[in-house]
Design a protein around this ligand. Structure first.
Ligand code: G3P
Length: 221
């Protein structure tokens, strides 16, 4: 399963990319609004820094304007994935962009039917927002399971990109279901890296090494 970082923060992107655990980036207007500086510049810098796919979201709502934005975003780099909302005009945009070999990520997916139609229109990725479903008392992971099952049944190549992830269990369950990608806010990646038994075990090893250093004063690797 691929791991994308769900952020527009370049420091976080650099920090986790250096660990070799980031396959791509997803952004949206809300994430960009949390960062200082010009959002266009930020998007361009992310695209240049990352080798993998970077989802950049269009904000227009009519077909012509959406196409204009999508084509402009696609010029930021070969790794750009145009993020398109799940609307009727959005589907037309997905069809047109994918016919031009431009990758798309259909966002704000809340039902398996929406995912199926987005895939049919030619989406590279569909993004079910599972945390927001949980928020309204609907099991978000059930949606991932449905989409994965449907795509497998019909050999659909569109990738399931699990978004709106709120805790590490969302990641484990998505992986077990066979989701292609999860996109994670940096704090969730932190939680996945850390474990109290790792910290405790490391303290023990380091303390024991200090004892050895006392016994052998010129101990060096
Ligand atoms: O990638 C979509 C994600 O950013 C939405 O997450 O937490 O706002 O539901 P959230």
């Amino acid at each position: 399963m691929k791991i994308f970082l769900d952020t527009a923060n370049l420091d976080s992107i650099k920090k986790y990319s250096e660990m070799g655990i980031v396959d791509g980036i997803t952004t949206n207007p809300t994430l960009l609004s949390k960062e200082k500086g010009n959002p266009i510049q930020t998007m361009k810098e992310i695209v240049q820094y990352i080798n993998g796919p970077v989802s950049l979201e269009i904000v227009a709502s009519t077909f012509d304007e959406m196409m204009d934005e999508g084509l402009k975003l696609a010029k930021y780099g070969k790794n750009v994935v145009v993020k398109v909302p799940m609307t009727m005009d959005g589907l037309k945009v997905v069809k047109a962009l994918s016919s031009n070999d431009i990758k798309t990520n259909v966002t704000l997916i809340f039902s398996a039917n929406q995912a199926l139609l987005a895939a049919k229109a030619g989406a590279t990725y569909v993004s079910p927002f599972i945390g927001r479903l949980d928020d309204i008392g609907s099991e978000g992971l059930n949606l991932v399971s449905e989409i994965v099952q449907i795509f497998a049944s019909y050999d659909i190549s569109t990738q399931v990109l699990v978004a709106s992830v709120r805790h590490p269990l969302h990641v484990i369950e998505s992986a077990k279901m066979g989701a292609d990608v999860v996109t994670l806010p940096p704090d969730i990646l932190d939680k996945m890296i850390r474990h109290p038994l790792t910290d405790k075990g490391l303290d023990l090893f380091l303390n024991d090494w200090k004892k050895l250093e006392k016994e052998h004063p010129d101990l060096k690797f």
